[in-house]
Design a protein around this ligand. Structure first.
Ligand SMILES: Cc1cc2nc3c(=O)[nH]c(=O)nc-3n(C[C@H](O)[C@H](O)[C@H](O)COP(=O)(O)OP(=O)(O)OC[C@H]3O[C@@H](n4cnc5c(N)ncnc54)[C@H](O)[C@@H]3O)c2cc1C
Length: 413
């Protein structure tokens, strides 16, 4: 099927990616364009919604529900295309996809758009460490990790590479679920270095109680079969290694000629439009603010939802012929689960810098769990009404450039 033959006034809006950002964008758009002549299509490579913030739970076999995207979106009148995006042609305003049929066969398809929201998210980076692709499993391969963990004998060594929020959640989840395994983490920096002193103390104590051995300031040079080799020559043997040292993004934006940063994230202006292709908006892990904007965005669900809701609001504004608004946003907390019984909630300022206060233990877990549930209920709630709101604590916009000021003045008449 193609969406190329349309009546002249129909606005075709295509959303790439069906994670937090893509689904929120699609549902918010459906809410804000009711009664308008629009066609909203979302493309995703999987036909179910993956609650990625719970993937560490899946590594020990606890799978979160995975609702079908066709149901989540269909109820709001959004057309879902199950398929992998293969290319983007901003000049022709088309997207090439490999659409997946009910019998799992795939066939090439071209989708035309008037406005596009790029929300292809991220995945665990494997390319930064030689040997990682061969000898380590990323959290996305949670089923393979769960199978291996269940087979490992007592005393077997599990090495988690990376000690960011995800690495900490993976290591503690495994250590709690499999106390008979020897779980270790390795990081080139210090564990919890972005936390307030109270948070650091609590985190170190929690790791010690769970028996997680921590190798800090140990930069790995490569992985071999069963062995991590540090730059200083030290060796860390393992029976299973799990890669969790940062996120990478799809090459598609760069290949399509969009302005991207070094990592490949689409550079957006304060209105969340690509700085090089204003018909393309980007949100979530796949996007970042252009240089000069007074905010850095952390790759997080906590960022993906507000960005995507705002991008959708702006696309809807263009459909209704009113001026777009700059993105405002601020962080509030950072949450790290430490197994199923405890979590650390670090309060942060709007720019994501740690404040003094933390919540810990079961209280922390209660807060973290309720935030994750609230995220899902917000998405489901958007099927009916635009109810999701986010903290607009910080003016995240750079002073408007001259061209944008002119555009705004024109749009406002
Ligand atoms: C274990 C773990 C725990 C986390 N915990 C937290 C947390 O507590 N709080 C928090 O804020 N963040 C957390 N995060 C980070 C958070 O999950 C991500 O920042 C968030 O998922 C980003 O949302 P997104 O919609 O941009 O991307 P994603 O959720 O990655 O969604 C992108 C979608 O695009 C699809 N896609 C990608 N490429 C293609 C293609 N070529 N064609 C078609 N479809 C494609 C993917 O299949 C996916 O469905 C965690 C991450 C992990 C891994």
């Amino acid at each position: 099927m193609s969406n190329n033959h349309v009546s002249t006034n129909l606005v075709r809006i295509v959303i790439l990616g069906g994670g937090y950002a893509g689904v929120m964008a699609a549902l918010r758009l459906a809410n804000r364009t009711r009664g308008e002549s629009v066609q909203i299509t979302l493309v995703n490579g999987r036909d179910t919604f993956i609650e990625r913030t719970r993937l560490h739970e899946a590594t020990v076999g606890n799978h979160p529900p995975a609702p079908p995207l066709s149901t989540m979106l269909g109820e709001a009148g959004i057309h879902f295309v199950h398929g992998w995006v293969k290319g983007l042609d901003p000049a022709r305003r088309t997207v090439q996809i490999d659409a997946i049929q009910a019998d799992r066969a795939s066939h090439p398809q071209t989708l035309a758009y008037d406005k596009l929201i790029y929300a292809l998210g991220s995945f665990t980076a494997l390319s930064g460490l030689p040997g990682a692709a061969e000898y380590a499993l990323p959290v996305e391969r949670h089923d393979a990790i769960a199978t291996r963990l269940a087979q490992l004998p007592s005393g077997a060594r599990v090495l988690v590479i990376g000690a960011g929020l995800t690495g900490l959640e993976v290591a503690t989840e495994i250590a709690e679920r499999y106390p008979h395994l020897a779980v270790a983490m390795v990081t080139g920096s210090k564990v919890g270095q972005d936390l307030a002193p109270a948070g650091q103390r609590y985190l170190r104590n929690a790791l010690r109680k769970l028996g997680v051995e921590v190798h800090e300031q140990t930069r790995l040079a490569r992985l071999e079969d069963g062995m991590a080799i540090a730059a200083n020559g030290a060796t860390l043997p393992f029976d299973l290694s799990i890669m969790s040292a940062g996120f990478a993004v799809s090459k598609l934006a760069r290949e399509a000629g969009l302005a991207v940063n070094g990592r490949g994230q689409v550079l957006v202006d304060p209105y969340l439009r690509s700085v090089s292709q204003p018909a393309i908006y980007a949100a979530g892990d796949a996007a970042t603010m252009e240089e000069g904007c007074p905010v850095t965005l952390r790759m997080a669900c906590a960022t993906a939802l507000p960005m995507s809701a705002h991008a959708a609001e702006n696309v809807a504004r263009t459909v209704r012929g009113i001026a777009e608004e700059p993105f405002r946003f601020g962080y509030f907390v950072r949450c790290i689960s430490l197994g199923r019984r405890a979590a650390l909630v670090q309060f942060v300022d709007a720019a994501d810098r740690p404040r003094r206060w933390v919540l810990t233990g079961r209280v922390g877990m209660w807060v973290k769990e309720n935030i994750l549930r609230w995220v899902m209920s917000s998405l489901h709630g958007e099927k009916r009404r635009a109810t999701y709101m986010w903290p607009q604590l910080q003016s995240t916009v750079a002073p408007l450039r001259e061209t944008q000021t002119t555009e705004l003045q024109q749009a406002q008449g």
